[in-house]
Design a protein around this ligand. Structure first.
Ligand code: NDP
Length: 400
């Protein structure tokens, strides 16, 4: 059905490669390209061993539009699945426009020198993609991604108006390390150390980092201390569902993790500006990434599960109604299938399904879109088939 190019050979790129290889009826030709070609080759070898599918590999610096354009002209993909880092989003979108290639990613653009993620930079490409007749699908991981699609599904089937949305993200897994991040450490630490922010009554309310917290109860897991942080899907969801009165994002953190994070910040290792070291300029957070465990390698000893979902209150037929939709994902099962842990798995599977939606023509229209702007149904159906089954509960006394 279509030829895809995956960019980025980290934990998420690994899962995308394994999942597209399991769906060769849709993905007829596959290439994996990244900064370090040896990582692509290792993933391709594992994909071949597990699924008997050959993947081409290439080296590309995705910060360079010229290099991307050369690769796109040589390989001629129909769609690029961008699972490199958020810094590369705009360069890849520019290359797509130059070569007539469709685009999908899992994280919105962030400038390297400012820990600020917003959709404005990518939304500004709307007209260019429309004029070129190309589709750009933004934020198609789990959160953003599945959480946004869960919200669209709730709005379509369960509620006439969504009033209160709480996205709840629990990782109750244990990787056995004193401190490690579950996805790229630089991006993760930038995200969780910034101020909290949520939407209430038509405006953003800012909080100190981790200021609002309480234990929330997660299915099959139990209570876990959960913290309100800012997360990128809130920006598009309050725009696309204007009846929302309050939207918040909760994430669980263990005490050990928070203590390490505080020390990292206090000693300046979370800095994103350059410092002089031995006559060389280095960025502390990038140096930190080099010494922390590689998130892609955490899988082997990871136990427990993640639980991510949307707890929603709103109106249905003139009455107040609650609705909770979630997925629980086992780290062990993810590792067994793809050699990576649950956080990479829960991001990579939806990226593959989004690409499948595009190639099947379900999600194909010119412009730049967040995933909640597409029909959620075929995507929800694939979640159940591709390893991320979801469950729904209604009529609960939701505790948030
Ligand atoms: P990793 O750091 O493990 O992998 C990133 C990959 O991108 C690496 O292979 C890296 O190359 C490659 N890369 C970085 N810079 C360049 C460049 N200039 N050119 C080419 N390749 C480059 O990250 P993850 O796999 O954990 O995360 C991937 C993406 O997924 C991130 O954008 C992250 O924000 C997003 N994400 C989204 C989630 C969601 O639910 N929506 C959840 C988790 C992650 P090298 O190997 O050489 O370092």
């Amino acid at each position: 059905m279509g030829k895809v190019l995956i960019i980025g050979a980290g934990g998420v790129g690994t899962v995308v490669a394994h999942k597209v290889a399991q769906n060769t009826n849709v993905f007829t030709e596959i290439m994996l390209a990244s900064r370090t070609k040896s990582k692509c080759d290792a993933i391709a070898a594992d994909v071949k061993r597990r699924w008997g599918v050959a993947i081409q590999t290439a080296k590309v610096d995705a910060d360079s539009v010229a290099e991307l354009v050369e690769l796109f002209y040589n390989y001629r993909p129909e769609l690029v699945i961008n699972v490199a880092l958020p810094y590369q989003d705009l360069a890849i979108m520019d290359a797509c426009l130059k070569c007539g290639v469709h685009y999908l990613d899992t994280a919105n653009y962030e400038p390297k020198d400012e820990a600020k993620f917003e959709y404005k930079w990518q939304w500004a490409y709307k007209e260019k993609f429309e004029k070129a007749g190309l589709t750009a699908i933004l934020g198609c991981g789990f959160d953003p991604g599945v959480t946004s699609i869960f919200t669209a599904h709730a709005a379509k089937h369960h509620l006439d108006e969504i009033h209160y949305l709480d996205i709840v993200d629990c990782n109750a897994g244990d990787h056995g390390k004193a401190f490690a991040t579950n996805f790229n450490p630089e991006i993760n630490i930038r995200e969780v150390t910034q101020k909290g922010k949520y939407w209430e009554n038509g405006r953003w309310v800012e909080t100190e980092p981790h200021e609002i917290h309480k234990p929330l109860n997660y299915p099959e897991i139990g209570p876990k201390e959960s913290y309100v942080i800012y997360h990128e899907e809130l920006e598009s969801l309050v725009k696309n569902f204007p009846t929302i009165k309050r939207a918040r994002f909760w994430m669980t953190f263990g005490q050990e993790y928070l203590t390490h994070l505080r020390v990292i910040q206090n000693i300046g290792m979370a800095r994103i500006d350059e410092v002089e070291f031995n006559g060389q300029k280095i960025v502390p957070i990038q140096f930190l990434k080099a010494v922390l465990p590689d998130p892609g390698e955490l899988g082997e000893h990871y136990t427990g599960m993640t639980s991510i979902g949307c707890r929603i209150r709103g109106m249905k037929d003139g009455k107040e109604r609650t609705y909770y939709v979630y997925n629980n994902c086992s780290h062990e099962a993810a590792y067994k299938e793809t050699g990576t842990q649950g956080v990479s798995y829960t991001t990579g599977v939806p990226a593959m399904i989004g690409a499948m939606m595009f190639l099947k023509g379900e999600w194909r229209k010119p412009g730049v879109f967040n995933v909640e702007e597409f029909n959620p149904e075929p995507f929800m159906e694939q979640l159940n088939k591709q390893g991320l089954p979801w469950h729904e509960l209604s009529g609960l006394d939701l505790e948030v």
